[in-house]
Design a protein. Structure first.
Ligand SMILES: Cc1cc2nc3c(=O)[nH]c(=O)nc-3n(C[C@H](O)[C@H](O)[C@H](O)COP(=O)(O)OP(=O)(O)OC[C@H]3O[C@@H](n4cnc5c(N)ncnc54)[C@H](O)[C@@H]3O)c2cc1C
Length: 448
């Protein structure tokens, strides 16, 4: 009997499917954003999807998969880019979405099952005056476990920095991949072992997340004649610590032409700045605009609306900006850059001039190590892989780091030969046979 058949007999009481269309669907994420990954990962699939109902099921699945030597790729909402949730070596996709209980809430802190959707977390905490410190633009579909294992930051990072900043993940509870799986509570710094490790270092069952005060957020669009005008105003607001904000996103023309639901608020030929500002800070925001950046015009001002049928402005920011363009033109792709904080405006202007129409600029202001800087997520008019690599090289040569979204290993993503040393050594204990999402941590060698 095949190992997989034996596995499914062992776990027959846990919900699972081998229905090929469903398994293929649950083996995909948004890797198709990249023409390179679209070619490489096309056709990769698991053989079964198992849907644990609770942590005890996760422990049983881990033990059985270890016994039968079957790879396991965890999955939340499946919104990751770079093929993070795509099984390269078949096996089982572990659908974690049923582990969605809120275990407890305290002022400023929450403990929640890893499969809970981000939007549902905020819905539970906001009535108590709290919300997640940050979320990706996929808040309405992604899970908290997938965000920690696959994401990096997003809406809120202008105030709180990225997920990697100390203090942004309080604890992670994980199940290891061993003959007798252990359940470990990783607190504070220890939790970095699973942060952005693509599920290669443990199966996250629950998370303790620090919260932020929940403000009444106002979505704003400000139109400017040039992209650099939008950047300079965004930077001024980013540096203004007295203005409470969650999002500052300059986007160059013609990308706003693809923003169907808010197109009427994006004047032809203009760059825009998308912002989320706490209601009590809106007057100060407008004051900075009028007094110091008078070329800008507010074209949209409305409370953030997230209910079904509504479109919050954050769904035109971060990686959604690229998605909006891809809906119109499937030939474009994107990059993820980080400009040096010390010469931010010069660096942004230099890159804009260097590539002309080949790159349409888009920035996200954020804090890194306490300093305000900006991540660039430009739209790239794709021609060839060689040209794409040359563009990446041109950025790096100018001190702009690139997290390459056209590769699927952790190492290649950051352009390092080896993965984070702590994550690598943790994996040797948590997954000695390398069965968790194999192929994503290239530096790992299975322990005999
Ligand atoms: C349009 C668009 C916009 C995006 N915007 C942002 C953004 O603003 N910021 C950002 O950081 N990312 C962004 N992303 C990437 C992605 O949406 C987020 O990182 C999201 O939080 C992933 O959550 P998910 O539940 O969909 O995870 P999945 O895609 O299901 O999984 C992501 C990774 O985590 C692993 N994983 C999932 N659950 C677990 C678990 N319980 N235990 C262990 N490993 C697990 C998976 O194996 C995979 O490697 C964007 C993607 C798209 C397509």
């Amino acid at each position: 009997m095949e190992a997989l058949e034996r596995l499914l007999i062992d776990l027959s009481d846990i919900p699972h499917t081998t229905e090929p269309a469903l398994v293929r669907q649950k083996s995909r994420d948004f890797f198709w954003y990249s023409p390179v990954l679209n070619r490489q990962l096309h056709g990769c699939s698991a053989q079964a999807v198992i849907s644990p109902r609770n942590e005890a099921d996760v422990v049983r699945v881990a033990a059985a998969c270890f016994r039968h030597n079957i790879p396991v790729t965890a999955r939340g909402g499946g919104t990751g880019n770079y093929g993070q949730a795509v099984p390269l070596h078949g096996g089982v996709v572990l659908d974690m979405t049923a582990l969605d209980a809120i275990e407890w809430q305290r002022p400023g802190m929450l403990r929640v099952g890893s499969g809970r959707k981000l939007i549902d977390i905020d819905r539970e905490t906001r009535p108590n005056g709290w919300e997640l410190r940050m979320h990706p633009s996929t808040k309405r579909t992604a899970t908290i476990g997938g965000f920690i294992a696959g994401g990096s930051g997003g809406i809120g990072s202008i105030t709180w920095g990225g997920l990697r900043e100390p203090g942004n993940v309080a604890a992670a509870r994980i199940v290891t991949m061993e003959a007798t799986p252990r359940v470990l509570d990783l607190r504070e710094g220890e939790a970095q072992a699973v942060n952005h490790a693509y599920g290669t270092t443990g199966l996250i069952t629950a998370l303790e997340m620090p919260l932020a005060p929940a403000w009444h957020w106002i979505d704003m669009i400000v139109a400017f004649p040039t992209f650099m005008d939008a950047v300079r105003f965004g930077y001024a607001v980013a540096l203004a610590d007295g203005i409470v904000k969650k999002l500052l996103t300059p986007v160059g023309w013609p990308t706003p032409d693809a923003f169907r639901q808010v197109r009427a608020h994006c004047p032809d030929g203009h760059a825009i700045l998308i912002a989320m500002i706490a209601e009590p800070s809106v007057a100060a925001f407008k004051s900075v605009l009028v007094r110091r950046h008078s070329s800008g015009t507010i074209t949209f001002e409305r409370p953030t609306a997230e209910a079904q049928g509504e479109v919050p402005l954050y769904e035109f920011t971060w990686n959604h900006t690229t998605l909006q363009m891809l809906k119109r033109d499937r030939s474009v792709t994107y990059l993820q850059a980080l400009h040096p904080a010390g010469r931010l405006l010069d660096s942004v202007a230099e890159i804009e001039t260097l590539f002309g129409d080949e790159l349409i600029p888009h920035l996200e202001f954020l804090r890194v190590g306490g300093q305000v800087t900006a991540s660039g997520l430009p739209i790239v008019r794709f021609t060839t892989e060689e040209r794409l690599n040359a563009i990446i090289g041109d950025h790096r040569a100018r001190g702009v780091s690139i997290a390459d979204p056209h590769v699927f290993t952790l190492e290649d993503g950051v352009g390092h030969k080896q993965v984070d040393a702590d994550q690598l050594s943790f994996k040797r204990h948590a997954d000695p046979h390398g069965l968790l999402n194999p192929g994503k941590m290239r530096s790992f060698r299975a322990v005999e």
